[in-house]
Design a binder for this molecule. Sequence first.
Ligand code: FAD
Length: 423
Amino acid sequence: MISNTTTPQSELKTHTVVIVGGGAAGISVAASIYKRDRNLDIAIIEPAGKHHYQPGWTMVGGGVFRPEVTSRPMSEVMPEFVSWYQKAVAAVDQDRNQIKLDDGSAIQYEMLVLAPGLELYWGGIEGLEAALGSNGVTSNYREGMASYTWDMVQNLKQGTALFTQPPMPIKCAGAPQKAMYLSSDYWLRHGVLKNLDIQFHNAGAVLFGVADYVPALEAYIEKYGIDVNFQSTLVSVNGPAQTAVFRSSDADGNSQDREVGFDMLHAVPPQRAPQFIRESALANENGWLDLADDTLRHKTFSNIFGLGDVSGTGNAKTAAAVRKQAPVVAENLIASLRNEPLRAAYLGYGSCPLTVENGKIVLAEFGYGGVLQPSFPKWINDGTKATRAAWFLKAKQLPALYWHGMLKGHEWLAKPAVRSTTD
Ligand code: FAD
């Protein structure tokens, strides 16, 4: 319950920089700000007791990582230089430069950084949330459930396996397919693939949003014999009956529902910004945080910045994007505090390591408008092909880079671009 009363000025806690969210984006940006100015008074508002390395959940679902390596106590990743409020933000009062917490208290800020991630809207698919975790219904997007995916994969010897992808935008747009390819690879290696009807139901009209990566993915679709259904959206699930209903629509807008039985269902929910953003003056017309593409400053409120999955910028919502965004926000926020022009630019980099088989990855790396932004020369890793080098990066290097690099302000391959114009 949120109090409508105004907290008296004398009782207000005040910080120069307040960061909302202690996920990949919140912790990284705190570290990048501190690296540039050790004297700033920074607070993080984060209710959760655990911090998750979500990119690892695909690997748990594929039997590659143990679940425990993907989570750490929040107290271990929370920097000692911030004041941590273990509370949730209920609202932003941008006219008073205050945030309201869910216990009714308020905090005053000079600069605000919004990084609360996104909301997995499980309720958007009827029956899904109740069905999760039994009768073969699973999702690597659900905290703690990727190990159930792995159990299902190992136990399935015949029948129908369904993998679904909701309408965009979602975090890590490739993750619904990653689960499908890793599962299919296991079934192929264990001689049961021929007994399985594997179906991919994608609400969208293409396999992947950037055309350069599609041929490599299509080769794996063919190899595993996957039946691909475009513009086929999961609308309801009946766990005990093991049935799912898909809605498909044609160009004239006519829709048709089809019920499909399954033995395993890997479902991904629709996704949206948290309510306190979605239903506020901070949102764009689609409900996401309304940021300038390059500076990551709010388009209307000049002392508010944002990054991570909540952002309405047109990049792929990934931790890889956060790696490049955090230094941009840090530089521009400090410039803003000093009344200097904003020089740092984010070019929309995001990355999606598509785990097409155990041991090989198609490493999609691209910026705004689908422009390819490879981190490595082609002779090390050709991103449009499945390579062992990219698997090695994801399986062996990226987790350490995340925990010990990105969250600590080590900005590996993340130097901000320089804006050609400043305002
Ligand atoms: P999060 O890391 O989700 O953190 C948001 C934080 O905000 C949370 O700690 C939450 O508790 C807090 N919060 C929420 N509401 C409030 C509130 N009201 N008040 C205060 N705090 C709040 N990315 C990649 O780069 N590569 C991959 O291979 C990859 N694979 C993925 C696979 C899966 C299955 C999933 C689920 C994600 C994957 N991602 C991948 C995406 C990546 O995990 C996200 O893009 C990244 O975590 C975004 O960081 P964030 O800080 O914006 O959000």
